[in-house]
Design a binder for this molecule. Structure first.
Ligand code: DGP
Length: 115
């Protein structure tokens, strides 16, 4: 298995878990960009959004609902938080296993990178 997130999900590499369900594992990013920086990862290996199919609609929805639950768990939902999905090289995707980043825990997360 050469996917680092698959190895974390399998328990071969330790991680600081925040929430786990049958289908999703959420754990702290090793290199946090904010006080709360959580990676929300489907246990199913999906490399890019382009690889997701109609049968993945439920898991994609659950990623967002889990992000919402984690925001509440970490008490960042009132101040606000940012969700990021880096898809592909130009976006800086480093781990080729689809995941959401949840960033929060500071007053301002800064401007969004839209250009
Ligand atoms: P991305 O650029 O969206 O593919 O982000 C991948 C993130 O994964 C990056 O912020 C660092 C994090 N990461 C990489 N390897 C590990 C690891 O072994 N453990 C944890 N907790 N995070 C990792």
């Amino acid at each position: 298995m050469d996917c680092i997130f698959c190895r974390i999900i399998a328990g071969e590499i330790p991680s600081e878990k925040v929430l786990e369900t049958d289908e999703i594992l959420a754990f702290r990013d090793i290199n946090p960009a904010a006080p709360e920086h959580i990676l929300i990862v489907p246990k199913k290996h999906i490399q890019y959004l382009e690889d997701a199919t109609g049968s993945d609609i439920e898991i994609l929805g659950k990623l967002f609902l889990t992000a919402r639950d984690i925001a509440k768990l970490l008490s960042v939902e009132k101040n606000g938080y940012r969700l990021i999905l880096n898809n592909g090289k130009a976006a800086g995707q480093e781990v080729f296993h689809l995941h959401l980043h949840l960033l929060g825990g500071k007053e301002s997360l800064g401007p969004m990178l839209t250009r």
